[in-house]
Design a protein around this ligand. Structure first.
Ligand SMILES: Nc1ncnc2c1ncn2[C@@H]1O[C@H](COP(=O)(O)OP(=O)(O)OP(=O)(O)O)[C@@H](O)[C@H]1O
Length: 253
């Protein structure tokens, strides 16, 4: 379970996360949506213990992220927006290294690696330097690296980016399985149909504030719109601007 209370992050004097609170239960997929620059990555980095908050509290499975970052890292799988991997290792070496530092039993590690490598079809790259691989392949390696220790809590920042349709589908099915296993999952995405399809609840962040939260039905009720794209545009006050912007573009093009 993830509990976020009155979270604030300032960069110098600029407030980019402005007192947000939410929970992600066990066995729940929570979609974290918002326009560019609204504070999603910053929030997810704080949840993952990568960044310190200016104020507020985050607990993961009852453990405070700020005072116990090492304990928290044992139980979370964090997939950053841009894969940050050791470019001079091969995927095989990276997974073995992760198995070592995470203390994963060798037999279990081998089984998990084989299963994920097969699912994401990266077998042919296992002995190639990560630095030479495509963005999408690095993204798959980053996902596998974050799942190998079977984390209770999964935090993913735009992790569908770069994945081909088959791998995106595999990841979607995997997230549903993780939810059914009782894990807490939070992910940010701009792929609204994906969020609409698999999220139990969605939080909408705008200029650092959580402006709406709920199930799809609750969001439909709040925005008086049917699909998530219209809900998103209405609640982020973009809907009325769109017609003017498109009109202005048509005049110059
Ligand atoms: N290291 C930093 N120093 C100063 N400002 C930063 C820093 N990192 C992020 N910001 C600012 O914080 C705000 C929120 O950024 P963040 O990356 O969290 O947004 P986001 O919602 O994830 O956006 P996107 O959808 O484009 O990925 C932005 O205005 C960004 O410029």
């Amino acid at each position: 379970m993830i509990v976020v209370e009155n979270l604030v992050k300032k960069y110098f004097e600029k407030v980019v996360v402005d007192g947000i609170s939410f929970k992600v239960e066990n066995g729940e997929i929570y979609g974290f949506l918002g326009p560019n620059g609204s504070g999603k990555s910053t929030t997810l980095k704080i949840l993952a213990g990568v960044l310190k908050p200016t104020a507020g509290r985050v607990e993961i499975e009852g453990i405070d992220v700020v005072s116990n970052p090492v304990e928290v890292k044992k139980i979370i799988g964090y997939v950053p927006e841009t894969p940050t991997l050791y470019e001079s290792l091969t995927p095989a070496e990276l997974f073995s290294f992760i198995g070592g530092i995470r203390g994963i039993d060798e037999k279990i590690l081998k089984e998990r690696v084989n299963r994920f490598v097969e699912a994401f079809e990266i077998g042919k790259y296992m002995n190639q330097f990560i630095g030479t691989l495509s963005f999408g392949t690095k993204q798959k390696i980053s996902l596998i690296a974050s799942f190998l220790h079977d984390p209770k809590v999964i935090i993913m920042d735009e992790s569908m980016n770069g994945l081909d349709p088959k791998s995106a589908r595999i990841l979607r099915e995997l997230l549903i399985k993780f939810r059914d296993d009782g894990k807490s999952i939070i992910f940010s995405t701009h792929v609204l149909p994906l969020a609409e399809m698999i999220c139990d609840r969605i939080g909408l962040i705008y200029e650092g504030k959580l402006i709406a939260e709920g199930t799809m039905d609750e969001l439909r009720e709040k925005a008086q719109e049917e699909n998530l794209e219209d809900i998103f545009l209405k609640l982020t006050k973009s809907k009325n601007e769109m017609a003017n912007i498109i009109q202005a573009l048509q005049e110059v093009l």
